[in-house]
Design a protein around this ligand. Structure first.
Ligand SMILES: Cc1cc2nc3c(=O)[nH]c(=O)nc-3n(C[C@H](O)[C@H](O)[C@H](O)COP(=O)(O)OP(=O)(O)OC[C@H]3O[C@@H](n4cnc5c(N)ncnc54)[C@H](O)[C@@H]3O)c2cc1C
Length: 403
């Protein structure tokens, strides 16, 4: 493909937000171009999220991008919480009036969207790094980008930055327009992938006196497991045996099963961050997904928020195309931020309920256990957690408000 120089919607970044938005625009006949700084293999192999909310699955279905997800994805009707060596299962359909989540790795979702895009369009340029977004005050914002050793310019009617936390689009907004609200966390997640069948059918979130652990999976043969570790932990300092022993110790219940062990194929430490940039749009430039907000992964919300932003924006552009009205585009930031802050609250709540802080006192631990106990004894408390985890519908006002 040559170098595109003109489009209606210029999209920076081919993660879940950019790819889904491009697909939705393509289906409504709106011309767009995606620029992605990495190569295709890198984008398709990047290990990240694995839980899709019902509304994300519904959006992929209506975008014609769910064939493989239907065959290979696994619906999960609940999660298990472990604390004080006990186990509590939350059943989503009965607590939420029928909602559930799906296990389908972000790598697979990204591969599906790229495969569709390569077959049907719109244009996607890999190894095309956006250098700057300019001209926000006029009618024709533009993206300056580098590809194959040369600089090019893509003139757009609208620009959408789906370029993640370190992206450049945000910097195209005039100074003083954006405000970022942030919170750091005093611990990280040490994540491993292992060629070992998962020992459990659903995700297990464990509170223990040794710190948090999460047992998840990527397929019937691959386990994905996480341990809370101090910030700055070097994964190479952890032998495989130490990792498995620590996971078993943190996930232990009275009489419970142990994990199936197998070769560990990947070890990485992921710092945790909470951040929201407001507003998510200014003039003709929009931000979507991680470019505008980051949540700690404990609530499994990052990928789903990115997909929700793409849905809201896809609908707003379709409305513009059908009616000529920018009403929904104008409402985009407010609409998304309601959902974003709900997800931030939920993700921070899950994080603080399950992790031990470095200065954790016995009093703090008692408070956490009381909160977990409340989930076991109050259907209302359990329903509130389940509604937030399974995800709020991306409905008419798309923000969903609170649950
Ligand atoms: C290491 C890691 C692990 C995670 N694990 C989980 C998890 O377990 N559960 C969970 O729910 N969430 C997880 N997340 C969060 C989730 O994966 C993200 O929220 C999701 O990827 C957001 O999608 P996005 O499209 O907004 O951004 P991204 O997926 O980050 O995509 C942004 C894209 O923009 C491209 N880009 C950046 N700058 C430029 C530029 N200048 N020009 C062109 N392209 C550019 C990038 O290469 C990238 O492809 C994790 C995130 C990370 C970073």
């Amino acid at each position: 493909m040559g170098h595109p120089t003109r489009t209606r919607v210029g999209i920076v970044g081919a993660g879940p937000a950019g790819l889904l938005l491009a697909r939705l625009l393509h289906l409504t006949g709106i011309d767009c171009v995606i620029l992605e700084r990495r190569d295709r293999t890198y984008v398709e192999r990047r290990q990240r999220a694995g839980i899709l909310e019902q509304s994300t699955v519904d959006a992929l279905r209506s975008a014609g991008a769910a064939d493989r997800l239907e065959r290979e994805g696994t619906p999960h009707d609940g999660v298990e919480l472990r604390f004080a060596r006990r186990s509590l299962r939350l059943d989503f359909p009965s607590l939420t009036g029928g909602r559930r989540v799906w296990l389908y790795a972000q790598t697979e979702l990204v591969k599906d969207l790229i495969a569709l895009q390569q077959k049907e369009g719109p244009p996607l340029l890999f190894e095309a790094r956006a250098l700057a977004v300019e001209g926000n005050d006029g009618d024709r914002p533009l993206i300056r980008y580098a590809h194959a050793g040369r600089e090019h310019t893509l003139v757009c009617d609208w620009v959408v930055g789906c370029d993640g936390y370190h992206g450049v689009t945000r910097h195209g907004m005039p100074e003083g327009v954006l405000r970022t609200y942030e919170r750091g966390h005093p611990y990280s997640w040490f994540g491993i992938l292992a060629d070992a069948p998962p020992a459990y059918e659903e995700l297990i979130y464990a509170h223990s006196e040794r710190g948090f652990a999460l047992a998840s999976m990527r397929s019937a043969h691959v386990s994905r497991l996480y341990l809370q570790v101090p910030n700055g932990t070097d994964p190479e300092q952890w032998s495989d045996e130490r990792v498995w022993n620590e996971l078993d110790a943190r996930l232990a219940t009275r009489g419970g099963r142990r994990l199936h062990r197998g070769p560990i194929t990947s070890k990485a430490v992921l710092p945790m961050r909470s951040s929201v940039t407001e507003p998510m749009a200014h003039g003709r430039i929009f931000l979507a997904g991680d470019a505008a907000h980051i949540v700690p992964p404990t609530g499994a919300k990052g990928l789903n928020l990115a997909a929700a932003d793409a849905m809201v924006l896809g609908r707003a552009f379709a409305h513009l195309g059908a009616t000529g009205s920018t009403e929904l585009l104008d409402a985009y930031s407010d609409t998304c931020l309601r959902r974003v802050w709900r997800a931030e609250h939920f993700s921070n709540l899950m994080t603080s309920m399950l992790h031990l802080s470095p200065d954790q006192s016995e009093f703090d631990t008692r408070l956490q256990l009381s909160q977990l106990e409340r989930l076991a004894t109050s259907p209302h408390a359990a329903a509130e957690l389940a509604a937030n985890y399974a995800g709020l519908p991306v409905g008419g006002d798309a923000g969903g408000g609170g649950a």
